[in-house]
Design a protein around this ligand. Structure first.
Ligand SMILES: Nc1ccn([C@@H]2O[C@H](COP(=O)(O)O)[C@@H](O)[C@H]2O)c(=O)n1
Ligand SMILES: C[C@@]1(CO)OP(=O)(O)OP(=O)(O)OC[C@H]1O
Length: 162
């Protein structure tokens, strides 16, 4: 049995922050702000998995009103979501994600991000696709005020052990 899920997230840029995306740090003159490390890509991936499981979203499990989630490493957050998925006897079949950003150029970092995501999701790297697109200088991403990310995931029920 399969379940499909979708995620979408946005974070604003701030000059005094490191840019953390897909679980890696990318050299850039500004980074994303949030209650956590603001990793917009890992957040959208976590949301897509919660969506597939009909469990709601990351704000439900990691509220931004909880001091324990302040500056949270989003790899920890995604690991916990993957644990919930495993407890429900599901595994990731494949995931496809898109990051919307005018700058920096993400292509040189895509395979490093895929490696981190594949390891967090316990799947081979060729089950993880990450794409980047500008928005042709339009909107908040085009003005380099922030980044947006979207993901679609397919989960499959794990084989029952006899
Ligand atoms: N932040 C980004 C945005 C895009 N890319 C790569 O450039 C290609 C062309 O982008 P368009 O927005 O003009 O379609 C895109 O397909 C990506 O491969 C990137 O590396 N980083
Ligand atoms: C991750 C959490 C919690 O630290 O904070 P943010 O980094 O603000 O991220 P967001 O995508 O707005 O929603 C989930 C939050 O509760």
């Amino acid at each position: 049995m399969f379940r499909i899920g979708h995620g979408f997230d946005v974070h604003a840029f701030d000059k005094d922050r490191p840019l953390i995306l897909g679980g890696i740090e990318i050299d850039h003159h500004q980074g994303l702000i949030g209650h956590s490390d603001a990793d917009v890509l890992l957040h959208t991936i976590a949301d897509s998995i919660l969506g597939a499981l009909a469990l709601g979203d990351i704000g439900k499990f990691f509220p931004d009103t909880d001091a324990a989630n302040k500056d949270l490493d989003s790899k920890v957050l995604l690991r916990e979501v993957v644990e919930k998925m495993t407890d429900m006897n599901y595994e990731v079949n494949n995931i496809d994600a898109t990051v919307m950003a005018e700058q920096p150029k993400l292509r040189p970092h895509i395979d490093d991000m895929r490696e981190v995501v594949a390891s967090l999701l316990n799947v081979p790297i060729n089950h993880v696709n990450i794409k980047a697109t500008t928005t042709e200088k339009l909107g908040f991403t085009g003005r380099e005020e922030g980044m947006a990310a979207e993901a679609v995931v397919l989960l499959k029920k794990m084989e029952e052990l006899s």
